[in-house]
Write a protein of this length. Structure first.
Length: 347
């Protein structure tokens, strides 16, 4: 009889905390969670709930945490009382998350994921920056490859995962560490840093200007082969940013060819197919070696800002910090002396 009673007691100890119905009347269910104050005890309670929810057992959660199943049950009950909602359905066989419990579980997972991320990044703060860095760049970013190649060589333990598109990307939902774009930063969820500025230049090859002549005013472009870029997001031609005093109203330019990328414009211009309007940082090498010449520079009046943008809720990791610092120093350096059209004309 003593053995039977002892066996029954042990059997009961394994299940009673998992299936014991709550004797307290639950408070009315609310649709938002409000926890008064935050402390290490609060995080411990969230961890207890997380283990219980993922194992669907107070006993298994207790085994993982080194606590009794009754201690797990009491902790969950206190958390429910604090939140003002019931997190588990309890019956004689099992425990099961309520709808509110499922929503709270997702919140807890996000909280602990953020904590783990911060801990890992802080642990690496004094080490060599490393890991994968997911970056979104505009299509013109293809011409940033020499700068990015230099970064890869300087930081071999950082793996750049680069995606090129002119489409608007969702930085947060797309899980990008950082995006590079021109213009203003309009998303309040993002932090940003200005990397530098650039201007547009109208360029052509020496061979082209040798047979077509140099345009001296924007109106002279009516007699030239103009190469245009069609924006992939809007289908419209990218405008040539003449100042308001440079032309008399809207200037309609002829079209010799249309392409969708800046690098294609540059290749066509280098081969003498016509004149193109491109960002100055994209043709610095060609201007320096004389394969392209810029014209009508004094008639252009537009400066674009390039920004790095990243999720504001994310800790600035060492790999992201060195990437942004490197681009700030190297992506858009000060313009070096260029070969002006007047020099070509004099030659």
């Amino acid at each position: 009889m003593a053995r039977t009673a002892d066996r029954d007691a042990r059997r009961g100890s394994r299940t009673v905390s998992d299936v014991q119905p709550s004797t307290a009347e639950p408070k009315p269910i609310r649709h938002s969670f409000t926890v008064k104050g935050t402390s290490l005890d609060s995080l411990a309670a969230l961890n207890v709930f997380l283990r219980a929810a993922e194992t669907c057992s107070f006993t298994d959660a207790g085994r993982q945490l080194g606590l009794s199943s009754s201690a797990i049950g009491k902790c969950v009950a206190r958390l429910e009382h604090r939140l003002g909602v019931r997190l588990f359905h309890r019956n004689t066989r099992c425990i099961k998350l309520t709808q509110e419990g499922k929503a709270f579980l997702e919140s807890c997972r996000r909280i602990f994921s953020e904590i783990r991320t911060v801990e890992q990044e802080l642990a690496q703060s004094k080490d060599t920056p490393k890991g994968k860095l997911r970056v979104s760049l505009p299509l013109a970013g293809m011409l940033m490859i020499p700068t990015l190649d230099k970064f890869i060589r300087n930081y071999p333990e950082i793996e750049l995962d680069m995606h090129f598109t002119d489409c608007l990307v969702d930085v947060v939902d797309g899980e990008y560490d950082v995006v590079l774009r021109s213009g203003a930063a309009g998303d309040s969820r993002l932090m940003s840093r200005r990397l530098g500025t650039y201007r547009f230049q109208i360029v052509g090859s020496p061979d082209y200007f040798a047979h077509a002549g140099l345009p001296l005013t924007p109106e002279d472009l009516a007699a030239h082969a103009c190469l245009h870029r069609k924006q992939t997001t809007t289908g419209k031609f990218q405008s040539w940013p003449f100042s308001s005093t440079a032309t008399d109203g809207d200037l309609i330019l002829p079209t010799a060819a249309t392409v969708s990328t800046v690098d294609a414009l540059i290749h066509l211009a280098e081969r003498g197919a016509g004149i193109a309007c491109v960002p100055d940082f994209c043709v610095r090498r060609q201007i320096a070696d004389g394969s392209l010449i810029n014209v009508l520079n004094e008639h252009l009046d537009q400066t674009e800002v390039v920004r790095a943008m990243w999720p504001s809720s994310r800790y600035l990791s060492p790999k992201l910090r060195v990437f942004i610092d490197f681009l700030s120093e190297n992506l858009l350096p000060k313009v070096s002396p260029v070969q002006k059209a007047k020099n070509f004309a004099a030659a």
